[in-house]
Every structure is written in C-alpha cells, then in structure tokens.
Design a protein around this ligand. Sequence first.
Ligand SMILES: NC(=O)c1ccc[n+]([C@@H]2O[C@H](COP(=O)([O-])OP(=O)(O)OC[C@H]3O[C@@H](n4cnc5c(N)ncnc54)[C@H](O)[C@@H]3O)[C@@H](O)[C@H]2O)c1
Length: 325
Amino acid sequence: MKILVAGGAGYIGSCTTEYLLEKGHEVAVFDALLNGHRAAVDSRAKFYYGNLADTAELNRVMKDFSPEGVIHFAAFIEVGESMKDPGKYFANNVGNAINLAEAAARAHVRKLVFSSTAAVYGMPDVVPIQETMPKEPINPYGRSKLMFEQVLDWYERIYGMQYTALRYFNAAGATRIHGEDHHPETHLIPLVIQAAMGVRPSISIFGTDYKTMDGTCIRDYVHVLDLAQAHLLALEKDGSAAFNLGSGKGYSVRQVIDTVRKVSGKEFAVKEEAPRPGDPAELIADSTMAKTRLGWKPQYDCLETIVRSAWEWRQEHPNGYGDKS
Ligand SMILES: NC(=O)c1ccc[n+]([C@@H]2O[C@H](COP(=O)([O-])OP(=O)(O)OC[C@H]3O[C@@H](n4cnc5c(N)ncnc54)[C@H](O)[C@@H]3O)[C@@H](O)[C@H]2O)c1
C-alpha cells in the first residue's frame, strides 16, 4: 500500500514508518521538522519537507505520491504548553489538520488514521477506560484531538473518507533504529533514563499521596511498535471508529523508576514534589475493542521490555538525534 505519514520525522511517526517499510509498504513522510528530526526520517521513505499549513504543498504531495492511506501524527503534543498557548494547539492540531483531511479527501484517499489520545477522556471516574465513556478533556491539547476526531466523522459522512482515531495512552519504548527524542522531554520513561545516565541531576515524583498502591500516579504504557502494528491494521480494515490503545496494565511512577534502576543498573536521586493540578491518579485503557475489531495483538506489553528498548536506544544515541538541544 502507498502510505503518506504526516509527522513521520517525530517519535511515533518515525517508528511507524520503519514498521510499515519492513512490512513491504511504500511510504512517504511529510514533516516540517518543527519538533521532529531529519535523521529520524527512515532513509527508505520518500521525504516531503512541508507544513500542514501550506495547502498548495499538501495538494502537490497528494498528486505526486497518490497515497491510498494517510497516517496523521503531525501535531503539537505538550499538555502544559497548551494551557499557556491554546491558540497554537487549536491552529495546528485542528486548523492545519483540516488542511490534511481536505487534501486527502480531494485526492480520494480511502482511509486516514489519526493519532488521538487518552487526554480526550479528561479525568475519568472509572478505570479501565472504555471508548464509550464520557469525553471531557481538561486541557486544549485533549480538546483539539477530540475536535479533530469529530471533524473526521463529518469528512466520512460527506466525502466517504474512512477514518480510524487511535487513542494512545502513554507511548514508550524504541525500535532498533528509532527512539524518543523530544525537546523539551516531558514523558516519564525518557526522563528517568536521563537521570540514570546523569544527564539530569534527579527525577521528580509529582504527588506521593494518591490513593494508589504506593501513593504515586498510575499510567498505562504502550510500546511504540505495538502502536505501529495498530496503525497498519487500521489502514487495512474497512470502516470508521475510535479505539483505545494501551496495555491494560497500570504501572506507578515508582515502579517505572525501579524498572529503570533494574534495567540500567544505575542509582540516581529521586525528588518528591507536590502533585500537579489535573493529574488523575490512574489512567488505564480498556483496549478490548482494538483487539476484537482490529485484531490488534500487542507483543511488547511488559514494562521491563518497554524500558529496556528505550534504554538500549539511548545507549546507542546518547544525544538522541543530536540536532536539537
Ligand atoms: N507521545 C505520546 O505518548 C502520545 C500519546 C498520545 C497521543 N500522541 C499523539 O501522537 C502523535 C505523535 O506524537 P509524537 O510523540 O511522535 O510527537 P513528535 O512531536 O515527536 O512528532 C510530531 C511530528 O509532527 C511534526 N509536525 C507538527 N506540526 C506539523 C505541521 N504543521 N506540519 C508538518 N509537520 C508537523 C513535527 O515536526 C514532528 O516531527 C501526536 O499527534 C500526539 O498528539 C502521542
């Protein structure tokens, strides 16, 4: 299949591009390198340097590459920044994303797969979270993702372009070639790894008094290659839907720290700090729908496996892709 990957120079996009290429698909990456890295674009993929804001360029790429499927990773991803600069998030994650949907619909793309997020659920009352539960985002980032899911629903009704919204929980881990190199880094596993490598002086735990087994927040980590598998299944299946993607297992912040200690064999300082507003105690996915309807079979759903892959990638790439500080 010919697949256009918007945001393929970023973390999950680069790993998914590698996975698709290894499965024999023809892949083109579209990315403005706002946050991704040129070196993260798989050398076997065609690369279009372009911004989703540029509708003429998007139309040119659709004509030149004629994709059958589009995967849309290209968005801004920092919850905290979205609370300070909501316009930046709505403009890119909704406005520019509409440019992509529009260009894809006009080019008769059969299916668009969209990176959505657990943040669409806000502060859920019940875990594990099912797709049908209330969607009440508590920040512009989560709202922008939910809005674009709703936009896609209308593109299906009006133009017949199918979509799958994949609501990832915490993406983590690395492939052999590609890994996580965000600037700034806000995700727990790479931050703890940086502490273990001495790149940062300590790791902070925000809140130690939650009603969880050890008082720290619990999250659901899903390996980036398992995410990649779900994107391909979504492209291959007919129909439109939204699916949660998580391992269904919750790990506390302390368990993540202990796992990095075990995998790395390194000691590092841990600071206990006040809880952050809007951080729910527990976020765990119910991914039954993705398994039964997409046929998704996660292969790396054990925290130690995830952490080990991230650690090994960092050992081989101590400065990440080396182009951003
Ligand atoms: N990382 C996670 O744990 C996580 C969890 C849930 C959802 N998601 C979603 O998954 C997607 C990928 O996340 P990631 O961690 O790989 O992010 P990332 O920042 O590493 O990658 C995003 C890529 O999109 C590109 N991009 C952004 N806006 C663009 C534009 N207007 N035009 C062209 N390129 C543009 C960036 O340059 C970057 O390469 C995002 O949509 C994010 O919201 C991520």
